[in-house]
Design a protein around this ligand. Sequence first.
Ligand code: ADP
Ligand code: MG
Length: 699
Amino acid sequence: MKKHGPKDPVLLSSSLDVLAGIGGKRAAAFRDLGILTVEDLLRFLPRTYINRRELTPFGDLRDGMFASVLGTVKRVLTPGRDRLTIVLTDGRGELTLVWFIGRRYYSDKFVLGCRVSAWGRISVYNTVLQMAHPDVKILADGEEPEKGIFPIYVKPGELKDVCADSKVIGTAVRDALVRMREHLPESLPGTIIAKRGFPPLKEVYQRLHFPVEDSLEAVYALRDRLKYEEAFVIAFIMAGLRNKNKVSGSSFPIAGDCAATVLKNAGFAFTNAQKRVLREIEADLSAPERMNRLLQGDVGSGKTVVCAVAAARVLAIGAQVAFMAPTEILARQHFHELNRLYKGTGKRIELFVSGLSTQVRVGLDEDLAAGNIDLAVGTHALISESTVFKDLKLVIVDEQHRFGVLQRKALSRKGALPEILVVSATPIPRTLALTLYGDLSLSIIDELPPGRIPVKTYIVTNDKRAGMYGFVRVKIGKGGKAFFILPLVEESEKLNEVRSVIETAAHLSNTVFPDILVDIMHGKMASGEKDAAMARFASGACKILVSTTVVEVGVDVPDADVMVIEHPERFGLSQLHQLRGRIGRRQRESFCFLMAGKTCAPDAYERLVKFAATNDGFVIAELDFETRGAGQLSGVQQSGLGEFRFLNLVRDGKIIIEAREDVAETLARWETLDTGEKERLYASAACFGDLGKALLETA
Ligand code: ADP
Ligand code: MG
């Protein structure tokens, strides 16, 4: 294909090799970075900038830093023929500039005593500070060093094979901007752009590539426009999903003997927070609109019983309820608890898990389809093809962080627009909740049942291990039970310093507690075995359960009052909080021991200290954010949200809230948008992975 002339206009969709300085090889190298077109290149923003206005004194130069300097030529050296070396001084220190390539070009340019401004990357070679192949300018008398903010696109070493440094990329970008006649596609409606006073996108990109601002902060602030755009699109998607959900639902009467029986069977009075969220849920249920609610509450705040009462409202009119849990252990536990709470109501509750025999399963499926089962409790098995409900009116999804938006949808498709209640014990900051669960209304239980004694958490070093064992023995002697939590099931070659369930259980039962029954629990066990182990631990036949994190979520064994966590640094803090939530569930004083051995790094130790000092799930979630970022958090990955390019879900709360407000405003006058604006907004939504697609689906 004939190459375009240098002055011809380029299209956003043109391939890169039409641009100045980009040939086939460089274009191929860019392709490996996912940059194929002119538009891709424009959106490939500098990873950082150099502010050449700020000159760094030689004394402050450090290995690896990019710097802009000013000095006088003190020596010109040509030790071998292979290089040109110039020594600069700034009156205090010295800096060596070296060239291996192009040395002839430079060799006669530097005269002793002339002033040189240079910028580049500092390296230390034999204790000498040097800059290889710097960008230099020899200054005339009285001339000031070049000012401004310059883009850095690539990391050292990146794209080196094709010699595409930041200068090469900058040249290509500049060429693209000059020859481009189109506007960059804009997601935002015109009124919003006007309201926020945003410059056109092309100008934003222009200024991000070639800043004219005074400070780096001002340049970074330009990115807010791009962050805002992402926040707007995601808020648009969430609002769309929320509106879709709003369509007709069912309306359930509030009164009911069934709910009264459940309340009586519970055997305790609701906390004020439980009462409040129950009222919120009941208001949803009695409204004709469909419920889509997230029930959040710290571990042990008593969410299950609230769900049971909510379910009773629906069961009372003869409709069906599905209660989905993320693990089999938890499904079984809910099954037992619901049986207790529903005693005397005459409602039939059945358990749907994967390990059932075909015969049993077929029978259950038939009964469910015929409407002979009222409340179906289960795992993912509930969303399998074969499961058909006769009249599914409420779906409860427990411990939501294991399920994504899309799985929620799969379950809700099993009924004709059932009401949806999502339950989560993962406390997350409000702005993050608004984004992640933007399609749901929010209820929060912010109070624990009375008399709970906060779990006492201690970090235990290896020399105190014997004392810890002694303590466990004393507690068991007084009717308690202990969990030991391990990161591995079996010993691993790769992680030979890390203890495992099998090894630890053997050691505890053979050596430390030969007189006490020790059981194990992990994900590789058959479901029957897990069930039996859980039952023995719950009944007290077994006093020590050595387990992986399968017990992390929701498991409720009231007398358990000690938890020993080995290698706690291998777990996230929110995960540790979930684990710790397995104890201290009655008025018993409970203890959590974090065994910080030699595999625990100092910064990890610091985090554990902070963790031990608080029982507040929200504080712990914040700590987790600080160290791991939102992307690592359970929930974000499964949310179907994909990766944000610019937006930071934790730090950009203000932008997220503004964008949400603007989306509401936009939707309120949707009719006034022109077709192009609507189409562009939907097109942007479609780029947002599965969630965007969910919005575009009709149905
Ligand atoms: P979570 O919110 O972690 O799911 P659960 O629903 O499992 O918590 O409740 C934790 C424990 O507290 C259970 O044993 C439950 O019976 C008990 N519980 C719940 N609500 C109350 C209450 N209002 N008063 C006393 N105990 C309660
Ligand atoms: Mg629970």
